[in-house]
Write a protein that binds this ligand. Sequence first.
Ligand SMILES: Cc1cc2nc3c(=O)[nH]c(=O)nc-3n(C[C@H](O)[C@H](O)[C@H](O)COP(=O)(O)OP(=O)(O)OC[C@H]3O[C@@H](n4cnc5c(N)ncnc54)[C@H](O)[C@@H]3O)c2cc1C
Length: 429
Amino acid sequence: MSDAHVHDFVGIGIGPFNLGLAALADPVEGLDGVFLDGRDRFEWHGGMMLDDATLQVPFLADLVTLADPTSRFSFLQFLKETGRLYPFYVRESFYPLRREYDRYCRWVADRLPTLRWGREVTEVAHDGEAYVVRAATGETFRGRRLVLGTGTAPRVPAGLETVLGERGTHSADYLARKAELQATGSITVVGSGQSAAEVYADLLAEQPAGGYALHWVTRSPRFFPMEYTKLTLEMTSPEWSAHFRGLPPETRTRVQAGQAALSKGISSATIDAIHDALYSRSVDGAPDTTLLTATEVTGAAREGDGWRLALRHTETGEAFSLATGSVVLATGYAAQVPAFLDPVRHRIRWDEQGRFLADERFALDDDGTVFVQNGEEHTHGFVAPDLGMGAMRSSVIIAALTGREVYPVEKRTAFQEFGVPDRLKGGVR
Ligand SMILES: Cc1cc2nc3c(=O)[nH]c(=O)nc-3n(C[C@H](O)[C@H](O)[C@H](O)COP(=O)(O)OP(=O)(O)OC[C@H]3O[C@@H](n4cnc5c(N)ncnc54)[C@H](O)[C@@H]3O)c2cc1C
């Protein structure tokens, strides 16, 4: 069934970022957009929806507030309408529970008429007048512009692809596979970020005496904390992102290599809670667990019902191995270029590595007809997947879609300056 109507834009993917765009676009007179997602409804990282897990950003980083504090789609409005504002006020924590954020996004999604669920996009073409977006249902949706919000996909280290399947999973599917993992004699968690720590802590908390052994292996030199100090947090800003985007590509790569602690670390609270749990365990004897840093998993082979992991110590250089009943790869996520873009690749800007080349409008072409949300980390920096930047990016995209600044976009949010200030260029003062 073809939709002859031409929308101003079609949003592909409805994760938090395009959901935020839909919520901010909703009150904009005359802006006609439609959003497609292959899922039946909004779902945020269901595989990691651990009971006590919280967001790693404050509630103000909801879908809309940093762009429009009066929006009817704010987190506070959600709490008010669901009768939970006072308990939130008494709770006195800036950090909502992950489950709560998921419920909040669903609450917003239920109030937006522009969302179309159950539409997996299989192809995007251009008929000379508009983009023609084809869904697996056979429907087509036409739009003068596109906003790509298909998110990131689980990253699997080279050589470990075979682990996925029987007795092995990526953390993205952890909760669905948890009972199965716990039924194996031993579990190895691979990775150094928040997800790895949360999976390890969850399995440690439920580890029965004499039950499964638990191992945590990471290539990182230590279980390092996420940096939360305020002058560092100021880098989650449009001006730092603009500074980063202005650097030569090789400098960006070098700078990014030194920024793991800004987006890939573990919250200090989680690290300390793990040590506290191990300490408490040790009263009854050494906990049945192995924690290894500076250890790279170089391969995996089936052995009996489980796996033998090939390991290399990155400091001593020693090769060794570990037998394990099952494996959880908590090895992060990576941006992907969706295959459905193939027919319109010629309309999109690419860098030398075949990645999107987004500009200051988050546009992928000079005419500003294709935009990206959270596919531009290599050009705009570690802030790309950060929920705290979603409302601002949506504001910039809405300005490009409408030709006017519907939501004011702060040019400066930090006290510090990034790069050489103009007033100091050209001589010593
Ligand atoms: C466990 C976890 C916790 C996180 N916690 C935080 C946090 O606390 N704070 C923070 O700042 N960041 C956090 N992040 C990082 C980031 O904010 C999230 O990854 C966020 O979900 C990214 O949103 P997104 O809109 O880019 O994509 P996603 O949430 O990945 O959504 C993409 C959507 O696109 C749809 N889609 C994909 N392909 C197609 C297609 N072909 N057709 C139709 N639909 C398609 C998918 O179904 C999906 O719904 C977390 C990440 C993870 C994994």
